[in-house]
Design a protein around this ligand. Sequence first.
Ligand code: COI
Length: 356
Amino acid sequence: MKIHITETDQSRISEVDFKNLQFGRVFSDHMLEMVYRDGQWQEPEIKPYGPVEFKPSMQALHYGQAIFEGMKAYHVDDETIHLFRPKDHHRRLNNSAHRMCMPKIEEEVFLKGLEKLIALDHQWVPKERGHALYVRPFMFASEEYLAAKVSNEYRFYVITSPVAAYYSEGFNPVKLTTSEKFVRAVRGGTGEAKAAGNYAASFLPAKTAQKKGFTQVIWLDAIENRYIEEVGTMNIFFLMNGKLVTPELTGSVLPGITRRSVITVAKDWGIDVEERRVSIDEVIESDRAGKLEEVFGSGTAAVISPVGLIHHDGETIRLDEEKIGPFAKKMFDTITGIQYGKLADKFNWTHPISID
Ligand code: COI
């Protein structure tokens, strides 16, 4: 497979304040672009990051055929960068593509494209622990056509961004509330796909929650409005009664790659992990009985995010006096230790990228 590379003659890296990074505000020098037409993907190209030309009739703008992924690359040492579980992200991208009637991408093309792009912009991978290069692959329907039909043309891009913590709280606990009025997804819908529209639909409820002082919404199922599904940008875990409980993947929950990593690590520690339906009432009752030890979220951007407070229907659960719990801290240290190459990668999750 050939990747044509055009390097920029004007790097923007000296304009970046690596000491004060935010999430997703600055973008590295290059991007990968690949076009799908006549029933196949054309050769990928790496070029300077910059404007992309499209017409206002482009289908993605009208009917929302658009999906994405989010993964991270970590600085290990001056010769090595680790990409975390890219094959799992590739599989999920193709599952999202299937649900949204979009073309799949070969694993080899995906991996080689990422390796070349990240190696070329290796200086953009932040060196500070806690920071990483966020890698955003995304695909959208690009045919110029106003019929509400499956597009015949697509574009696939990968852009990268040096980032700090996703939440402004950093590693401090976030505050969550259920939504009285809205739902995120229903079984049979697009909830388990990483479809752009799922996020758009969550903005109004998230904004309402933020106005009331909460960080994000903790979503309940759309049918009975009782069972916990996930949080705005992460999956969720409850340490209750000595067991780690997380909502099962019912079809309306995003199958998080960090979620899967947390389950694997916890089982490896000998913890009982239950992937099952967990209702908000069960969580409240467990808290009342003094059996709710910790709550935390997991996600690529969020990493491990402790939850300090959950509000539901007039009830408020306060966890660990809104401090980071020891289990969440140990999980954070273990997963990031593997990601930054400081702990043995016994699960074979890291994908080293060599810088030539
Ligand atoms: C990620 O964790 O990578 C996500 O996709 C969440 C995103 C909305 C920031």
